[in-house]
Ligand binder design. Structure first.
Ligand SMILES: Nc1ncnc2c1ncn2[C@@H]1O[C@H](COP(=O)(O)OP(=O)(O)OP(=O)(O)O)[C@@H](O)[C@H]1O
Ligand SMILES: [Mg+2]
Length: 445
């Protein structure tokens, strides 16, 4: 008999009269099962309700934050707002967002809310230490009800600031590839943190990670734009200076020679021949300088034939303009062909520009007798060294003075090397010459 047919006490009594004991027991068992099922369903439903509620709360927050995100790309503003809203929703006293700092892997405070928000900023949590460090390493959230009794808790901050951490909820900030930081809240006012709190914080953390990624992308685009503008400015300054010191002076000399010839034609025409020979020499020199300028602005041979032919051409041109310093190009390669392997065009351009700047520096500042440009290929690495035996300089002073001097030759070289996936080192000392060395990987197909 189905349980749904038993509506009243009278029904039940009738059944008891009619049924034997065995039937009655079976009935009791099925009734208990039905009750247990209902209880289970009820608790499933209530868990589902809590989950949905957390999501809904999360979505409302996210929607609100999303509006701010599209209105501002200021990362700190966004993170602060996010943390404030999360703290309200979770009813907590304090909260922080920490970023993983590369390459150390330590955690540093990015944004903090609460009574000690300013005091915690200088702290850094060493890689893998404390609850935050563990979350950053494993990418798995951690919930702690009694922080003081948890051996993982990083107690130094409490000790130094006088803050008493009781409960902690810490979740990772994950982008597609890796964990970039953690978001944590402390001391919930109304008891321990729940599954629902964890779900809410985790879903907010997902959006925070996207916001951080976007803002970082935006910042790197701005930095790249700034870099390009600076590079353009540098090129036009150099062009202006080279045009002024080179061809412009020669054309002015030609103008004077023409004037001289005009006068000499009337007074002493025999002087004209010698002056014309002088003018031919000046014209040849001016043509050479202008071609060098054009070559250095855009070395086509670099695009078509690669780094080594471009450097040969560069050395020949620079040598023709300078008879006090000797330029040497030394090429060594352990590749089976004995040649330097061709690299990506951006890498070759970067290396060419570095050699250009280093050689120009040596010619301009070093008063060297020799400048060596050495290309050494070993295994899958190419090292380019520019070495001079000139005056040398105190590297510390130069690096310190950059902001005021407004010349970025050295900084540019370093940036270019790093963009090409390489490293740049500089060695120099007064009286001991200068050595600049760039090492880039060779990625053979
Ligand atoms: N090979 C070198 N020998 C001696 N001093 C050098 C050498 N290379 C650089 N320096 C010193 O380092 C300084 C910084 O060089 P950097 O290339 O950054 O600037 P710059 O050459 O003065 O100006 P810019 O490159 O913007 O035209 C130079 O002014 C010079 O004092
Ligand atoms: Mg320079």
């Amino acid at each position: 008999m189905a349980t749904s047919h038993l509506r009243t006490e009278h029904d039940l009594k009738t059944v008891i009269h009619q049924w034997n004991r065995e039937k009655l027991e079976r009935y009791a068992i099925s009734l208990t099962e039905a009750m247990n099922n209902s209880r289970r369903k009820l608790s499933e439903l209530s868990a589902l309700y809590e989950t949905t509620h957390a999501w809904l709360q999360g979505l409302t927050l996210v929607e609100e934050i999303g509006q701010h995100l599209s209105a501002t790309l200021n990362l700190n503003e966004v993170l602060e707002l996010l943390l404030r809203r999360v703290s309200e929703a979770l009813n907590v006293v304090d909260g922080s967002i920490l970023f993983v700092e590369e390459p150390s892997g330590d955690l540093v405070f990015q944004t903090s809310l609460g009574s000690i928000s300013e005091e915690v900023k200088p702290f850094r949590i060493p890689k893998g230490e404390g609850i935050a460090g563990e979350v950053a390493e494993t990418g798995i959230p951690i919930r702690v009800d009694n922080a003081q009794e948890d051996s993982r808790h990083f107690k130094k901050i409490d000790q130094d600031t006088g803050f008493l951490t009781r409960s902690i909820l810490c979740v990772p900030l994950r982008t597609r590839e890796k964990t970039i930081g953690v978001m944590e809240v402390f001391n919930k006012r109304t008891g321990p943190f729940t599954d629902q709190d964890q779900l809410l914080l985790s879903s907010i953390a997902n959006y925070a990670a996207i916001a951080i990624e976007n803002a970082r992308l935006h910042q790197s685009v701005l930095a790249e734009k700034d870099r390009v503008l600076k590079a353009q400015e540098r090129v036009s300054r150099r062009l202006q200076r080279d045009l002024h010191d080179g061809p412009t002076q020669l054309v002015a000399a030609l103008e004077m020679s023409i004037d001289f010839c005009q006068k000499a034609l009337d007074k002493d025409p025999s002087l004209v021949r010698a002056e014309l020979e002088n003018m031919a020499r000046i014209t040849k020199k001016a043509t050479h300088q202008m071609r060098t300028l054009l070559f250095e602005l855009r070395p086509l041979v670099l695009e078509t034939q690669g780094l080594v032919p471009a450097l040969k051409s560069f050395v020949k041109r620079r040598q023709a303009d300078d008879d006090k310093t000797t330029l040497h190009l030394v090429i060594r390669s352990d590749a089976p062909t004995g040649q330097i392997t061709r690299l990506k065009s951006e890498t070759e351009s970067a290396l060419f520009a570095i050699v250009q700047e280093a050689v120009n520096n040596a010619l301009k500042h070093a008063h060297a007798e020799n400048i060596y440009i050495k290309l050494t290929q070993r295994g899958n690495r190419l090292a380019v060294t520019i070495l001079d035996d000139g005056l040398g300089f105190e590297t510390k002073h130069i690096i310190k003075d950059y902001e005021q001097r407004g010349s970025y030759g050295m900084v540019n070289m370093k940036e270019r090397a790093e963009l090409a996936g390489g490293t740049l080192s500089l060695k120099s000392a007064p009286g001991a010459g200068t050595e600049i060395r760039v090492v880039v990987p060779i990625n053979q197909p």
